[in-house]
Design a protein around this ligand. Structure first.
Ligand SMILES: Nc1ncnc2c1ncn2[C@@H]1O[C@H](COP(=O)(O)OP(=O)(O)OP(=O)(O)O)[C@@H](O)[C@H]1O
Ligand SMILES: Cc1cn([C@H]2C[C@H](O)[C@@H](COP(=O)(O)O)O2)c(=O)[nH]c1=O
Length: 237
């Protein structure tokens, strides 16, 4: 909420922002830093990751990422959707209704990239299942962090203890990466309004530079909403 020029209290719309990209591109790092930067200038930020973010979602995450889990592609897709359904109902919708900035580490585009391109499931089926999960809620903006695949995979290897998805072979990760890149085209986005707008953020530089690029993307999209963030960005330079 904020006070309008006549003193009346006006509702501020919630904003639903998603960070996307393949393994090791720096999503979680930037998700933490963006949340801190926006909170520092007074925004209510609800930061959650997928799969997870609820009690049920965290249990589903453990099952999905455990390298010893044996899951068919359909089971996997349904479990990601189930985690998402709980997250949208319990966290995303209430936070958006309060006017918060909801920052999510991965959302439906990951399903299209991993279960669609990676596993070969048809996007129309994934879309139907996920309509049930999201109730049609689409992100207001997705920041797709872009890093060459070999560099990102080297980071993942350096991190150690790979999860079930990270252990997939190189061809799987090449398909996933190609699907993310395809989502940058305006033709693709027009055909998939459930994903919302997707823009690329070059994420190869040092961590601070990438955070500034992410913030700049938000300021550019919503200049009035993020005036304070823009000012602090200028001071940081
Ligand atoms: N800009 C950067 N430059 C160098 N290293 C980075 C950068 N951003 C993140 N890293 C490092 O790369 C590794 C992966 O980062 P992070 O966990 O944020 O990526 P991610 O995209 O969330 O990965 P995943 O999807 O596999 O969990 C971490 O060790 C992190 O410290
Ligand atoms: C939401 C979502 C995620 N995945 C995959 C992508 C990653 O390999 C893991 C999540 O791990 P992270 O460390 O949090 O990135 O799950 C997927 O395959 N499908 C999805 O919808």
């Amino acid at each position: 909420m904020h006070h309008g020029s006549g003193g009346a209290v006006e509702a501020v719309p919630g904003l639903f922002v998603v960070l996307e990209g393949g393994e090791g591109v720096g999503k979680t790092t930037q998700w933490n830093r963006l949340a801190s930067a926006l909170r520092a200038v007074g925004h209510e930020v609800v930061a959650v990751r997928e799969p997870g973010g609820t009690q049920a979602g965290d249990a589903i995450r453990t099952l999905l990422l455990d390298p010893t889990s044996s899951l068919s592609p359909g089971t996997e897709a349904l479990l990601f959707a189930a985690s998402r359904a709980q997250l949208v109902a319990d966290v995303v919708e209430p936070a958006l209704a309060r006017g918060a900035v909801v920052l999510v580490d991965r959302f439906l585009l990951s399903t299209y990239a991993y279960q669609g391109a990676g596993r070969g499931l048809p996007l129309d089926m994934l879309s139907s299942v996920n309509r049930l999960a999201t109730g049609g809620r689409a992100p207001d903006l997705t920041l797709l962090l872009n890093v060459p695949l070999d560099l990102a995979m080297a980071r993942v290897q350096a991190r150690g203890a790979a999860d079930r998805m990270e252990l997939e072979d190189a061809a799987f990760h090449v398909r996933v990466q190609a699907a993310f890149v395809a989502a940058l085209s305006s033709t693709w986005q027009q055909a998939h309004p459930e994903i919302g707008p997707v823009i690329a953020v070059p994420a190869q530089g040092d961590i601070d530079t990438v955070t500034v690029r992410c913030l700049e993307a938000l300021v550019q999209r919503w200049p009035a909403r993020f005036t304070a963030a823009a000012t602090s960005l200028l001071h940081a330079r």
